[in-house]
Design a protein around this ligand. Sequence first.
Ligand code: GDP
Ligand code: MG
Length: 324
Amino acid sequence: MTVDIEDLLGKARLGEADPASKVALARLISLVERGGEPARAVGRLAYPLSGSAYTIGVTGAPGAGKSTLNDTLITQARRDGSVAVLAIDPTSPFTGGAILGDRLRMNEHYQDSGVYIRSMATRGHLGGLAFAVPETVRLLDAAGFSTVVIETVGVGQVEVEVAGAADTTVVVVNPGWGDAVQANKAGLMEIADVFAVNKADRPGAREAVRDLEGMLDLAAGGGWRPPVVTTVASTGEGVAELYSAISKHRSHLVDSGELDTRRSHRIAEELSRVLRRRLEEWVGSRWSDPEVEQVRKRCERREIDLYSAADQIVRQVLGAAIGD
Ligand SMILES: Nc1nc2c(ncn2[C@@H]2O[C@H](COP(=O)(O)OP(=O)(O)O)[C@@H](O)[C@H]2O)c(=O)[nH]1
Ligand SMILES: [Mg+2]
């Protein structure tokens, strides 16, 4: 079975002009999710076409209201162009209760050809998530979406990393003693550019804001101080303010030149990850080659130590053959 990836990407890039573009996009994302050579082929083609989308990470504890918030955030971001949402949330994907509770708006987005919503299963993905998410985000970027929102649960190193790799990262917390402290522990304070205290219709919102501001006072250096916005995602209250805080952060990044720096760092990090993965695969596939085995055997017989053996493999074998 051969899939014409170039053809699919061409269709996906038709965007709002062609409703079938979403079908092509969905197929490409499935290829990326499955990994391997087809995923790399998608990545090769999408890369030069990417670089114009603005990415927003939305993270926080399960049930914090991220999906509900994103539903309204879409409407806000829609004024600045087309919007794609990638929900990586095993506990409550975008198709969960939040959306079903508001069928009307969901329908509104569903019929809007400028909005694309996709949830990505994390189960069985393990290390693949760190590869599949940025690759999918680039694909959505290449497909022409102006804004790409990435929703992840703020637990687990990879999820936090993925959300933190966006241009603007929104950390969602809820009222209640300790939530801000938990966010701190999970490493969310460092990645936050904007805080949303969601479920502000519940008691303790003011205290949560105060806790966060207190922590920000302690952390305060120069530069950008993350604003704290209160929201009630279920009614949409405060979401316009949240989007305006995101837009302000974006302007700050652009004006200070930090956007380019951040993006360069991100690409360098990803290149390093891709390279390490490539080397790992290479080692795996060549482990039984006669030259490698020879060094291995010598090492097992203690004729050569581990470090010299590794150096020798790198120099003689890897050095000569990594290109193929
Ligand atoms: N009272 C209240 N409930 C909310 C609010 N935002 C979301 N919820 C509810 O919280 C639950 C979890 O929301 P969801 O968006 O799925 O959370 P996620 O796991 O962070 O994506 C749902 O039942 C929402 O209806 C809010 O501002 N106030
Ligand atoms: Mg969710």
